[in-house]
Design a protein around this ligand. Structure first.
Ligand SMILES: [Zn+2]
Ligand SMILES: [Zn+2]
Ligand SMILES: [Zn+2]
Length: 356
């Protein structure tokens, strides 16, 4: 009896502690187990007090609890989870290893065990593994477990998963059970989804704004280019038209701007008459003036006049306008970092038709 018991113990011990080499490279005779872990299925897993306690302070405390009889054997019951999950826990304690199969099969149990017995390395690995196995069906359960086990990364992952599959998750048994038993968690999830939505909206709005500033920055480039070098149909008064001029590198914007300039020069309604196109041109010229750092050499119409007006009025450009200018200036800086500069040669001496 004694012999057969020892044989089983040794077999399990070899399986469990096979990886365990106590000193460098030299496997030693394994000392006799001095404690047994008992699982739900009644399996007894022999183990060593020192090793268990060195990895898990909680197991250490359980072992050191005073016993009824000094002679009675030390036993640790780990119940309520599959036997093999407990075996995997003990194997991890001895070898710091846990294979993918075990994580796939018992990830959830091992997460709970590693949390209860304070084995942080195993807990991290389980949280990662369980996070990779999220499904519509299990996500609510895993979310609850992540919250119970204080696993913030896994919790966040579950929240994001629920948030992006809400319509389907809402129909699962897990969700309905949670609604009935944990209304606070339901509230937490709904709040998260709400915040995620507004985060998305904010990002979209930001992107749209950036796009607008970028367009304005390109328009500023084109305005300067039209007023200094001239483009296909509009150029400065002192540059001779050259019929061979081809479209410039930002022609889609430049062409629109040239039409706008021609309109601005010819329109009889003007800004004060309520012409929206003229107003737009007026704002572009004002924006240019706010950004322009050339003093007398600038060839953009009204640049100096706007500058003078702003100086006279002092607070003439309000905070919103200054913000707009700053954003366009930074968009311009960004685009000059990202894109190669427009080739000077491509637009040199190519003027065609003067402004009409
Ligand atoms: Zn152009
Ligand atoms: Zn007009
Ligand atoms: Zn200027």
């Amino acid at each position: 009896m004694e012999d057969s018991h020892n044989a089983t113990t040794t077999a399990i011990a070899c399986d469990l502690y096979g990886h365990c080499q106590i000193s460098d490279q030299i496997p030693r005779e394994i000392p006799k187990p001095d404690v047994h872990i008992i699982t739900s299925g009644g399996q007894r897993i022999p183990a060593h007090r020192v090793i268990l306690a060195s990895v898990s302070p909680v197991l250490g405390n359980i072992i050191d609890r005073p016993r009824k009889h000094r002679s009675s054997e030390r036993i640790i019951p780990i119940l309520g989870v599959p036997c093999d999950a407990v075996v995997a826990l003990v194997r991890f304690i001895y070898s710091s290893r846990c294979n993918e199969d075990e994580l796939a099969k018992f990830g959830i149990h091992l997460l709970a065990l590693s949390h209860v017995y304070l084995v942080p390395h195993l807990k991290q690995r389980c949280a990662r593994a369980v996070g990779q196995q999220l499904t519509i069906e299990n996500v609510v359960d895993v979310l609850q477990l992540a919250r119970l086990c204080d696993a913030p990364d896994l919790y966040l992952k579950c929240m994001k998963f629920v948030s992006s599959h809400f319509k389907a998750v809402e129909k699962t048994e897990g969700w309905k059970f949670m609604q009935n038993h944990d209304p606070y968690l339901e509230l937490e999830i709904l709040q998260f989804i709400d915040e995620a939505e507004s985060r998305k909206k904010r990002t979209r709005r930001h992107r749209e704004e950036q796009c607008l500033y970028m367009e304005l920055s390109v328009a500023m480039d084109c305005l300067e280019h039209i007023c200094s070098e001239g483009c296909t149909s509009v150029g400065p008064y002192d540059v001779q038209p050259n019929k061979k001029r081809g479209p410039c590198s930002k022609f889609s914007t430049c062409q629109g701007l040239q039409h706008l300039i021609k309109h601005f020069l010819a329109c009889t309604n003007r800004v004060n008459g309520g012409c929206s196109r003229c107003k737009r041109m007026w704002q572009l010229l004002r924006l240019h003036s706010s950004m322009c750092e050339q003093l007398d050499s600038c060839k953009v119409p009204l640049c100096r006049q706007f500058k003078l007006k702003m100086q006279q009025e002092k607070k003439g450009d309000d905070a919103l306008w200054r913000l707009l200018v700053r954003k366009v200036v930074s968009a311009r800086v960004m685009s000059s970092l990202n894109l190669p500069k427009r080739k000077k040669g491509a637009t040199e001496g190519l003027n065609t038709v003067p402004s009409d």
